[in-house]
Design a protein around this ligand. Structure first.
Ligand SMILES: [Zn+2]
Length: 317
């Protein structure tokens, strides 16, 4: 082969390799719901908050914070929000009272007022962003309620702050809180291991569902909470995701993906946006569970995981 031939072969291999990397690369932004100053058995809110924020600095990403107004409507709460704002994370609306919109007793009027109250809690911040996340990801139990809220969001210049990857971190957080109340020195290792495994599993599931539905790579948004669990283990989680081929990106960048503009025609409406689009396709919809994520799917596997962990560690003693 001539030198020119070698160079051409090299370039072909190089570009193939590059495009393979690009194909395998998965993009993920982090979104944090329900910032809170409430008491937990370990770490005060300032410590939890600073551990979470430091982790984002370490991984060099800006995230979207979805604020539930009533949880931060006081001096400490406002100082928490100001802190996130000063670090240029997006400050977004997650309603004022965290109402369950799919409940028959929740009217559209009531829900829109609550959404507007949420908006006034955050509108003075520099990084205020008009993205709304429905509490519990429930967007209306009837077509009328769903469409009225879509119209209200659009009228006020808002977009839906969709999640692509939903999970049950809140459930594991509730369990470690319970455990630490019993014993402040309890070994949380099995909870941490289960948490990391759970998020990775849900991320891979929603990514493969996205490939099936959209036949392309999308930018993901993972929903997790401002909790003790994440104050303790967020760094481990983000490091694991990176090691498994997930490229962490800024939330602002992720929300540029057109997938977030979709308005699926489903009733009741809610869950991850990938789940929603999947449920419009008959063949795929049969494989979906409802609710998409919940404690009921994690309870038994987590109990088994803890039991096995205890047997394993007792044997090694
Ligand atoms: Zn919430």
């Amino acid at each position: 082969m001539t030198t020119k031939g070698y160079i051409i072969s090299f370039l072909i291999i190089f570009f193939c390799f590059q495009s393979n990397i690009d194909f395998a690369q998965k993009f993920l932004a982090i979104t944090i719901d329900d910032p809170t100053i409430e008491e937990t058995p370990k770490l005060n809110w300032q410590m939890r908050d600073s551990l979470i924020l430091r982790t984002f600095d370490k991984h060099k990403i800006k995230v979207a914070l979805f604020v539930c107004g009533m949880k931060v409507d006081n001096l400490s709460g406002r100082s928490l929000l100001a802190n996130w704002d000063s670090k240029n994370h997006m400050i977004c609306n997650h309603s004022y009272s965290h109402l369950y919109y799919n409940s028959k007793s929740k009217s559209t009027e009531n829900f829109i007022n609550d959404f507007k109250n949420g908006d006034s809690t955050i509108m003075t911040y520099r990084n205020y962003t008009k993205l709304f996340r429905f509490p519990y990801l429930k967007e209306g139990n009837t077509v009328g309620k769903r469409d009225s809220m879509r119209a209200a969001l659009s009228k006020l210049g808002y977009r839906n702050g969709h999640v692509t990857i939903d999970a049950s971190d809140w459930y594991i957080d509730a369990l470690i809180t319970e455990k630490l109340k019993e014993d402040i020195d309890a070994d949380l290792t099995p909870y941490k291991e289960y948490y990391l495994k759970h998020i990775l599993e849900r991320a891979n599931y929603y990514d493969s569902l996205a490939h099936l539905v959209f036949k392309r790579k999308i930018s993901h948004t993972l929903l997790i909470h401002h909790s003790l669990l994440n104050a303790l283990f967020l760094d481990d989680l983000l490091s694991l995701l990176e090691a498994k081929g997930w490229k962490l990106i800024d939330a602002k960048k992720a929300y540029e993906d057109k997938v977030f503009l979709k308005q699926p025609n489903i009733e009741p409406c809610g869950e991850s946006i990938i789940w929603q689009c999947a449920s419009e396709i008959e063949a795929i919809s049969k494989t979906l569970r409802y609710p998409a994520e919940d404690e009921e799917y994690e309870k038994q596997p987590l109990e088994i995981y803890i039991k096995e962990y205890t047997t394993r560690t007792n044997k090694n003693k």
